[in-house]
Write a new protein. Structure first.
Length: 300
């Protein structure tokens, strides 16, 4: 049984490699590269891309594989021990997860996305409610736990204070349930927002580098899967849901924005919403948006 890869993320090795399956899910699996502390993901999707992803648009029998099974890519064909399943990587286009730079007026697009996010979080009754991060002692317990470090993170970015940003990240990383904890998702989204707002500004670029280095030292505090996403975020590499949403915010076309926001929110159980929270906060930190202005009870 041979299946053709639809696309390959830029972080997937282009040469021969060995790996071991680390985890299995209904429509994806992660395997760890030999001699490397990072994961590669095989995902079944008609549109969703990852920097570390090998995407297929057809269902494949992942149930025939098991955690711990060895895999090897030779000559562009990925094979698994004790399984007839193979994936042909040859000819698949390389996908790049770098974000566009936002230079223009994004206030209206930001506000629409922020409103959709909070409505979606309240409807789904998630443990993280974005706007409650800016209301004193309101919202679910996880929201209240994250509120203070999020405010510290915003202030640190605005002051280019890498030490304070490291302290905030230390309070957030690994915080929350799930494969990718909410605190991690916010950090990933926050990095995406900063990358999109940095442009050629050397002070902003220097802060992102220092902040990323600080987070890298904290990676042992979270799990393998989340660690991989954070590692790519530090490098400025993100999923297609962020790439298309940032493009939609830049273009300002409403239907494109609504569709892209909805798609970003639908990733995982709440991971998409959590990381979108971080993205919008990151954009506001270096934009002309006053994220505090609509909330009377603020934590400063």
């Amino acid at each position: 049984m041979q299946f053709q890869a639809t696309s390959i993320g830029s972080a997937v090795p282009q040469d021969n490699f060995n790996a071991t399956i680390q985890s299995l899910f209904d429509s994806s699996l992660n395997f760890r590269l030999e001699h490397e502390d990072r994961l590669i993901t095989i995902l079944i999707s008609d549109h969703y891309e990852l920097p570390q992803g090998i995407r297929l648009d057809k269902k494949i029998p992942l149930h025939s594989l098991t955690v711990g099974l060895r895999a090897a890519s030779r000559g562009g064909v990925l094979r698994f021990d004790s399984s007839p399943l193979t994936i042909d990587l040859r000819g698949a286009p390389i996908w790049d997860g770098r974000l566009s730079t936002l230079n223009g007026n994004i206030e209206q697009a930001w506000s629409i996305t922020w409103q959709m996010l909070n409505e979606g979080q309240r409807l789904k009754k998630t443990e993280l409610i974005a706007e409650d991060l800016f209301r004193l002692d309101q919202g679910p317990l996880l929201t209240r736990k994250l509120s203070h470090p999020v405010h510290k993170l915003i202030t640190a970015a605005q002051r280019f204070d890498s030490h304070a940003s490291a302290e905030a990240a230390h309070e957030m990383i690994g915080l929350g349930p799930g494969v990718t904890p909410s605190g991690d998702d916010i950090l990933i989204g926050f990095l995406a927002g900063l990358h999109s707002m940095a442009g050629n500004n050397k002070e902003r670029q220097a802060f992102i580098q220092a902040f990323g280095s600080a987070i890298f030292l904290l990676l042992k505090e979270t799990n393998d899967i989340s660690r991989t996403y954070i590692q790519h975020a530090i490098k400025g590499e993100f999923s297609s849901s962020f790439v298309t949403l940032i493009d939609a915010i830049r273009e300002g076309e409403q239907q494109q924005l609504l569709t892209s926001t909805k798609n970003a929110m639908c990733v995982g159980h709440s991971s998409g919403m959590d990381s979108l929270t971080g993205l919008l906060i990151g954009l506001a930190s270096w934009g002309t948006i006053s994220i505090y202005s609509d909330y009377k009870e603020m934590i400063l």
